[in-house]
Design a protein around this ligand. Sequence first.
Ligand code: HEC
Ligand code: HEC
Ligand code: HEC
Ligand code: HEC
Ligand code: HEC
Ligand code: HEC
Ligand code: HEC
Ligand code: HEC
Ligand code: HEC
Ligand code: HEC
Ligand code: HEC
Ligand code: HEC
Length: 327
Amino acid sequence: MKIKSKGMAFIAVLASSFLFVACANQQATDKKTEAKVGKTVTASAGTTTKSAAPAAAAEKKAVPEPAGVALYEKTPPPLKPVDCGRCHVSQFTALKKSKSKHRFDCKNCHTQFHVYNPLKKNYEKIMPKCQRCHGLKHGAAFPHCLQCHQNPHSPLNIPFAQVEKKIKGKNGKPVVSCAVCHLKEGTEFAKYPTKHNVEVNCQGCHADKHGYIPSCLDCHEPHVEGMVFKDCLVCHSPHSAKRIKKYPEDTANKICGSCHTTEYKHLQTNHTKHSELHCATCHVKHGQIPKCQQCHGLPHSKALHKRFPNCLTCHKDPHNLPVNRKK
Ligand code: HEC
Ligand code: HEC
Ligand code: HEC
Ligand code: HEC
Ligand code: HEC
Ligand code: HEC
Ligand code: HEC
Ligand code: HEC
Ligand code: HEC
Ligand code: HEC
Ligand code: HEC
Ligand code: HEC
């Protein structure tokens, strides 16, 4: 048969599929969608005919073959997560949406399933145990995994209220649970207390979603305009905010000047060679005072230095040097 056009081809396909459906007694309904091309139809129709007429069938003529026997020919393939998901829609969807590393075969966790028997009260027993794979992930203080990881099919979905809750520490005293896991931050926080400990605490800064990182600027004005959050961390550790870290030498003078207005102003108005230096060149750490000799040694005569051991007797103020300007 020669097919002239697409329309004709379609009719041909339609006709042969009707024929096929009739012959195969609707056994191949699944394949109907594949029957887009004449070739496929012929091929699958051929196979069906072959398998529907085995030699043994002829012998048992008296007893007609029960309809549907072919349904039992294959060994059922093991269920894949997507098959489980047909019935367990919520668990499947939760896993899918979670983006969790738990998106492996359900049966890795559910080594047994469909064995719950209310008479045996065996529900607890048959359910997967987190510890089998993870052990006591956060130590002995947290044995009840599902208290926080409320949904094993979306384990990172942890309500903040759960981690915020006070739990019993080793000595029976309640402790804020954050520090039990975040030992480093907790220890630093306790060792260098500031007003943050009393007025804010972990929860106050880390707000109401676990893992949220605040910006200092949520609550504070910067020292000078234009500073951004990451600038703050150059000098301040968030968990010991009053302990000023060693800042880089090129730290802008106007930052220091926002508090030390006099020194800043003097260096600006009385322009000397010291004005060209960064505050941080002389004050390498906050609060540290350098000696003039560190940079200048003893520039005058021995006699002079012996008589006036303090340079500032004559030079007054490093930020406001009395320089004899002839021009
Ligand atoms: C990481 C291990 C893990 C994986 C993977 C997992 N489950 Fe579960 N599932 C559990 C645990 C643990 C429970 C018990 C929860 C409880 O006791 O509240 C459970 C409970 C269930 C339940 C009982 C009802 C319920 O939601 O509490 C069903 C149904 C279920 N899982 C189906 C599935 C299906 C279907 C898959 C795969 C698509 C799957 N699970 C993948 C660990 C897992
Ligand atoms: C044809 C529907 C269907 C399929 C497919 C199916 N289940 Fe279930 N499953 C049920 C029903 C119904 C229950 C009992 C009611 C309930 O707990 O939702 C159940 C209960 C469960 C339970 C809790 C009680 C128990 O006895 O274990 C788990 C776990 C479970 N199924 C896991 C799975 C896993 C894993 C797969 C895939 C490997 C799967 N199911 C495939 C219908 C199905
Ligand atoms: C069959 C083994 C198995 C069981 C049982 C199991 N997990 Fe996992 N889990 C894994 C593997 C594998 C990973 C990915 C590798 C890793 O991070 O260690 C993982 C990752 C995780 C993660 C990391 C975040 C993520 O989703 O990717 C959390 C949280 C977690 N599991 C919690 C749990 C909890 C809670 C339970 C009990 C309800 C549990 N797991 C049961 C194997 C398991
Ligand atoms: C007090 C609450 C709490 C309890 C109880 C708890 N967890 Fe967690 N778990 C957490 C938090 C919070 C995280 C961090 C989640 C995140 O990364 O956002 C976490 C993370 C994890 C991770 C991922 C770790 C990683 O480094 O990626 C695993 C695995 C895990 N928990 C397993 C367990 C197991 C197993 C148990 C029980 C033995 C358990 N958890 C008990 C709160 C808890
Ligand atoms: C049961 C253990 C556990 C508890 C309790 C817990 N956390 Fe976490 N937290 C984790 C784990 C695990 C991670 C993710 C892994 C990591 O980066 O350290 C995490 C991540 C974080 C992060 C983000 C870290 C980053 O690098 O982005 C912050 C912030 C945080 N937690 C704050 C808190 C605060 C505040 C609390 C108390 C309200 C708390 N956590 C309670 C285990 C815990
Ligand atoms: C004043 C606000 C503030 C308080 C109070 C605070 N934090 Fe933080 N925390 C921050 C900021 C800001 C960062 C981000 C630091 C960074 O990016 O280097 C941070 C980072 C973290 C991290 C991630 C650490 C890392 O290196 O990525 C953890 C975990 C954490 N904090 C836990 C805690 C715990 C536990 C407490 C209470 C003991 C606490 N924080 C108190 C502001 C705070
Ligand atoms: C959730 C609001 C909040 C955030 C975020 C926050 N602080 Fe504070 N901070 C406070 C409060 C409240 C005080 C106490 C009242 C005051 O001095 O303004 C304080 C006080 C301070 C103090 C003086 C502490 C003392 O004991 O005198 C310093 C320094 C400080 N904050 C630095 C920072 C830095 C740096 C960041 C970012 C890492 C930050 N803060 C983030 C609320 C916050
Ligand atoms: C060059 C270092 C440096 C940088 C960068 C810096 N700070 Fe400071 N900050 C200090 C010093 C020094 C103090 C005074 C400490 C003391 O009182 O002993 C201070 C004090 C504070 C205080 C206490 C209240 C006050 O004004 O005396 C707050 C709040 C504060 N800084 C917030 C911030 C914020 C927000 C940022 C980022 C925009 C920031 N700091 C960046 C050095 C710095
Ligand atoms: C937020 C305000 C603030 C900022 C910004 C600040 N300081 Fe200070 N500084 C102070 C306070 C308050 C003191 C006195 C308390 C103390 O000794 O910690 C001080 C003390 C000093 C001292 C010691 C004074 C003495 O009498 O011993 C020096 C030096 C100093 N700061 C230099 C600097 C330099 C350099 C910078 C910039 C890198 C800077 N400061 C930034 C507030 C600030
Ligand atoms: C050339 C080095 C040098 C430079 C640059 C410098 N300082 Fe100083 N600063 C000193 C010395 C030396 C002292 C000690 C003076 C004394 O003993 O009276 C001092 C003292 C201070 C003090 C303590 C109070 C005082 O006046 O005695 C503060 C605050 C201070 N400097 C802030 C600043 C600031 C802010 C800047 C930048 C705007 C700055 N300094 C630049 C050398 C310097
Ligand atoms: C961190 C090093 C450093 C420290 C500390 C320091 N100076 Fe200087 N000073 C300099 C430099 C660099 C110059 C410029 C030298 C040049 O150009 O030859 C200078 C210049 C001077 C000048 C000449 C100023 C001019 O404009 O002609 C005087 C005077 C002086 N310093 C005095 C002092 C005295 C007094 C002290 C202690 C209170 C001191 N210096 C501390 C680095 C320092
Ligand atoms: C008795 C007063 C006196 C004392 C004490 C003194 N100086 Fe001077 N110094 C001077 C005079 C005057 C000048 C020249 C001033 C000028 O050129 O404006 C000078 C100049 C300097 C200069 C600039 C030299 C140049 O080549 O431009 C430096 C640097 C200096 N002194 C450092 C020091 C140091 C460091 C000490 C302490 C160890 C010190 N002086 C102690 C009076 C003194």
